[in-house]
Design a protein around this ligand. Structure first.
Ligand SMILES: Cc1ncc(C[n+]2csc(CCOP(=O)(O)OP(=O)(O)O)c2C)c(N)n1
Ligand SMILES: [Mg+2]
Length: 320
């Protein structure tokens, strides 16, 4: 029985379905890149992490943020642009952060957090910590130079970092086969000296178990590793809808992924009463989070002048 995994998966699914529902009202003040269909990649990996491990991710980051324990109220309020959001409403859906939960940041700029993660891992190594950093990114991000540079550096320094490429087959509307001369991300990592493997993104149990094994090696000083996780985005690249009418992919291509949906599969394995209890608790939590966002104030104008590098006089003096 995998009640814990199911709860995490179902909770993310319900939050994003609610985001999709509310989006049409224009109350959500930021573009949203939904993870619906891809939740298991984040959940499977994060279930194997310790509280003091950290993650870095992308603009498609709701699942990762929640799977690692990021505060739900602060996330929804952030999407609403409210002062109670995780970046006081300044970052929106693409820039989620919850340092207390080990969510060190997500970014709209493709590839950037790959290097941020390695930098953090380098710091951990210098401090002789056995905590691990996990860097999540898409298949498109592997075409950025920073991917190659970071893998080279991580292998050279044997950094405690697990790279997780969520390969959903597309960068916006262009398939991997139309972008990469050699569509083999795991193979590219191996070329840099980073042991890599391909895993099923619809198998959260397998992902959690494999992550546990690999993390033990990384904690013991074994150096960086990479997972290429096969997954699929059910909705449009950005926004709440479906986009099969655009013609860059077919609904028939998506169908097998929906049929193998791990949220439904794990849910069906649970005794009815256990599942009903989890579903009920999640529903209450989701309703409360959206109410929290609705009721929260927008940031005041003074917030334009806070959280700037120049705001901190000591730091500014140090660089003078
Ligand atoms: C440096 C940079 N170049 C281009 C873009 C525009 N852009 C936004 S998302 C995206 C596709 C990225 O695809 P992938 O890494 O596979 O992530 P997915 O959206 O599939 O999760 C691109 C090119 C950007 N945000 N940043
Ligand atoms: Mg992609």
């Amino acid at each position: 029985m995998h009640a814990r995994l199911y709860r995490s998966l179902y909770r993310i699914r319900r939050v994003e379905e609610e985001v999709a529902r509310v989006y049409a009202t224009d109350k959500i003040k930021s573009p949203v890149h939904l993870s619906i269909g891809q939740e298991a990649a984040s959940v499977g990996v994060c279930e194997a992490l310790r509280d003091d491990d950290t993650v870095f991710g992308t603009y498609r980051g709701h699942a990762l943020y929640l799977a690692k324990g990021g505060d739900l109220n602060a996330m929804v309020a952030e999407l609403y642009g409210k002062a109670t959001g995780c970046t006081k409403g300044k970052g929106g859906s693409m820039h989620l952060i919850d340092p207390e939960a080990g969510v060190m940041g997500t970014s709209a700029v493709v590839g950037t957090t790959i290097a941020n993660a390695a930098g953090y891992a380098y710091a951990l190594k210098l401090r002789r910590s056995d905590a691990v950093v996990v860097s999540f990114f898409g298949d498109g991000a592997t075409e950025e130079g920073v991917f190659a540079e970071t893998l080279n550096f991580a292998a050279l320094k044997q950094l405690p970092v697990l790279f997780v490429c969520e390969n959903n087959g597309y960068a916006i509307h262009t398939s991997q086969a139309r972008r990469q001369g050699r569509p083999d991300i795991a193979g590219k990592a191996e070329a840099f000296g980073v042991p890599a493997e391909r895993l099923d993104g619809n198998d959260p149990v397998g992902l959690r178990d494999r992550t546990e094994q690999v993390l033990a090696d990384i904690r013991a000083g074994g150096g960086p590793r990479l997972f290429e996780v096969a997954t699929y985005r059910w909705r449009e690249h950005v926004g709440p809808g479906r986009d099969f009418k655009l013609g860059y992919r077919s609904e028939a291509e998506c169908d097998p992924w929906v049929a193998a949906d791990p949220v439904a599969r794990l849910g069906a394995e649970l005794p009815d009463d256990v599942r009903a209890a989890i579903d009920g608790e999640v529903e209450e939590e989701v309703v409360a989070a959206f109410a929290f966002a609705e009721d929260s104030p927008f940031p005041g104008p003074h917030e334009l002048m806070t959280d700037l590098f120049g705001e901190d006089a000591d730091a500014a003096a140090a660089y003078a």
